[in-house]
Design a protein. Structure first.
Length: 311
């Protein structure tokens, strides 16, 4: 297309459009009330995006700043702490000494509490051991009493069937006393407390009950018991007769002999035993037997010493 053709086309387009309005027809606009833009007329309407290198540079700068700040703060804290713990500082030494004193007091308190607890534990342990020992003693005593009671009951059941046979009186042994012997019968062969049963089984003599003085286990020949019966034994009752005043025991002694003869002494009787056990009364005095005795062809005599001013 040539320039001539272009000019001809533009002339035709201008002639074809409508004419512009009159000046007075355009409304008047007040631009003073419109908001002021923060951008100038040279600011492009479409903003350009930041380049990624600029963003990375900014992040790096921030991280370096933060790292430097952390290092500075850490150094400051360490320096301050080192200055506060300086042992050459009097305040630090005083603070450390107070901490030591406080820890020492706490340690002493703990040690004292531990010692008190240990002493309390020992006291309780001793009391517990004593109580346990007392319980053991009571238990043993109870068991022993139970066994003894059961044994006594068993012995009692067996002794009910035991009795004395072959009762024999023997000679007189002392004043008004005669010896008796008997054999215990109906004793079980497997009974291992034969002597105890003998000592616990009484014998009745002249309506009086006596326990044996001795018991002798003769095996298959039986158990023999021996008694000393001192009641209702008139044949064994001796007496003193033929009262005589004898001479002084010695010159100036103030003592005199009194003599009696022993009467009713049975044949085979022990004259010394009868002299010592036959009572007598004279001069208002009671004697259980002769102080001295002797035997002659005329009999047995007893001697006593009494006070006498004539001697």
């Amino acid at each position: 297309m040539t320039n001539r053709t272009r000019r001809q086309g533009a002339t035709n387009w201008s002639a074809a459009r409508s004419p512009p309005p009159y000046y007075e027809a355009v409304p008047s606009v007040d631009y003073s009330s419109m908001p002021v833009s923060r951008y100038s007329e040279t600011t492009p309407l479409i903003r350009k995006e930041k380049h990624w290198k600029e963003w990375l540079l900014g992040v790096t700068v921030v991280m370096i700043f933060v790292l430097i700040s952390v290092v500075i703060v850490d150094f400051s804290i360490r320096a301050t702490r080192q200055l506060c713990n300086d042992p050459l500082d009097p305040d630090v030494r005083d603070r450390i000494r107070k901490e030591w004193d406080r820890e020492l007091l706490q340690h002493d308190e703990l040690a004292r509490n531990h010692q008190e607890h240990e002493e309390t534990w020992k006291t309780e342990q001793i009391a517990h051991d004593e109580l346990l020992e007392e319980w053991n003693r009571e238990r043993k005593a109870h068991d022993r009493q139970k066994m003894e009671r059961e044994r006594r009951e068993e012995d009692e059941r067996r002794r009910r069937n035991m009795f004395w046979v072959d009762v024999e009186p023997h000679g007189c042994t002392s004043y008004a006393t005669r010896e008796y012997t008997a054999r215990l019968t109906n004793v079980p062969s497997n009974y291992n407390r034969r002597v105890e049963a003998c000592k616990a089984t009484p014998l009745v003599v002249h309506d009086q009950s006596y326990l044996p003085r001795t018991c002798e286990d003769n095996g298959s020949n039986g158990i023999i018991g021996t008694w000393k019966v001192n009641q209702n034994q008139p044949d064994c009752v001796t007496s003193w007769t033929d009262y005589k005043v004898k001479g002084c025991t010695s010159v100036g002694s103030g003592r005199r002999y009194i003599e009696h003869r022993l009467d009713n002494l049975q044949p085979g009787g022990n004259w010394r035993e009868f002299s010592a056990t036959t009572p007598v009364r004279f001069h208002g005095m009671q004697f259980s037997g002769a102080e001295e005795s002797f035997q002659s062809v005329w009999g047995v005599y007893g001697l006593w010493e009494i006070d006498d001013d004539e001697c």
